[in-house]
Design a protein around this ligand. Structure first.
Ligand code: FPP
Length: 236
């Protein structure tokens, strides 16, 4: 990485192509997810090393609940195992774990592993790793509107105070800056209901690699590409 490389403060990733990776190898889909968990580990390591402040990973979408029960179960098990096994490494790397989404939709054992990992890493001051779980961008906006209405009804705010900045404070992501760079793997050109509000000015990087093949060097390539972009935020 060159000395001129601009490191994004916040990287968000749509991790796609686990199923295709497995299919190409004649393996069950869950093997693709397992291999994808190793890419998660490597990306966390790389972001930590590079001094990225926030990494948000789209690990399970609201729409993923429509998958076959067996695949959902395998994904939840994998997530729980990842959290239990990797929390020591997360803490050693000074990574703080957070989650966004309708977390109460997750199986209880998963919720427990998640809240334990969040608690154990809460004092860490390095990379903040945010897992988007049972997450949908539209659902987040609807939940944000409900929260805003509650504040209006309680008299905490009045209508004249509503601005994009104020509304941002009612989203799941209220504690984090907007992503500078959005990465999507496996070549699809879609946002798939991910961080719809927050990526208004994010740079988008799409690679044809499937997520299980996306490793440290691929993250470096994405950051080098980001470095070359000129961000004008609608100005000149
Ligand atoms: C998309 O691939 C990926 C997912 C739905 C889940 C992402 C999960 C992981 C990377 C596993 C582990 C995650 C953590 C945080 C430990 P796909 O199944 O949609 O692939 P396809 O489009 O090729 O079928």
């Amino acid at each position: 990485m060159s000395s001129k490389t601009v490191i994004p403060k916040h990287i968000a990733v749509i991790m796609d192509g686990n199923g295709r990776w497995a299919k190409e190898r004649g393996l069950p889909r869950r093997s693709g997810h397992q291999a994808g968990a190793e890419s998660v580990r490597e990306c966390v390591e790389a972001c930590s090393e590079l001094g990225v402040d926030f990494l948000t990973l789209y690990a399970f979408s609201s729409e993923n609940w429509n998958r076959p029960k067996a695949e959902i179960k395998a994904l939840m098990k994998l997530l729980e195992r990842f959290l239990r096994e990797k929390t020591p490494e997360i803490c050693e790397r000074n990574v703080r774990l957070q989650a966004i989404g309708r977390i109460t939709d997750l199986p209880e054992s998963c919720q427990k592993a998640l809240s334990e990992a969040i608690d154990r890493s809460s004092e860490n001051t390095g990379l903040t790793l945010i897992l988007a779980l049972s997450y949908g961008g539209r659902e987040e906006i609807v939940d944000g509107i409900k929260s805003l209405i509650r504040h209006l009804d309680d008299g905490h705010i009045d209508r004249g105070m509503i601005t994009p900045e104020l509304f941002s404070k009612h989203l799941y992501t209220r504690y984090y800056p907007d992503p500078d760079l959005l990465i999507r793997t496996s070549g699809e050109m879609r946002l798939s209901n991910f961080l719809l509000w927050q990526i208004s000015y994010s740079e988008i990087y799409i690679t044809n690699k499937n997520w299980p093949d996306f490793r440290k060097q691929d993250l470096h390539n994405a950051i080098e590409d980001f470095s070359k972009r000129q961000r004008r935020f609608g100005g000149l």
